[in-house]
Design a protein around this ligand. Sequence first.
Ligand code: GNR
Ligand code: NI
Length: 172
Amino acid sequence: MAIKPIITAPDPRLRQVSNPVEGVDDALRALMDDMLETMYDAPGIGLAAIQIGEPLRIIVMDLAGEEEEPQPRYFVNPEILDPSDDTNIYEEGCLSVPDYFDEVERPAKCRVKFLGYDGKKQVLDAEGMLATCIQHEMDHLEGVLFIDHLSRLKRERVLKKLKKEQRLAAAE
Ligand code: GNR
Ligand code: NI
């Protein structure tokens, strides 16, 4: 397994629409292992493949608390069905938008259809933080970031700060 560098905004690769995978084989499982290791190292609770530069429709996630047993989840070719009309607001962050957190409103519940680590079809009913995280990761597969759900003013302020930080880091 390997920890991969995480791409940060405004890198244009994060705007790509990711491609469906043909099926789950050992090479894909190795990628999912690397994604999970990268996510735990960050640390984060979810990661989409494009965040490590692979434009594939793959998500890994673990919402277990620090004191709990790890609960890794893998979603290959996920599709969201039946998003609820009722919504939740959570404070979100993103490993690709470091050091910025803000509230995003999303459907409170949804159903997600996907292939698991073993390549078998699964359906999961999600609510709470799980539903929010799945939708945040699904956005990545479409090239969308959580800051796209905020006002233009906020989004541009965040992107400007990230650009400045990257400029300073590159000049070191
Ligand atoms: O680690 C993460 N925390 C988080 C908090 C609230 C809503 C979504 C997330 S996902 C984020 C990791 C990440 O950037 N995944 O794409
Ligand atoms: Ni993210």
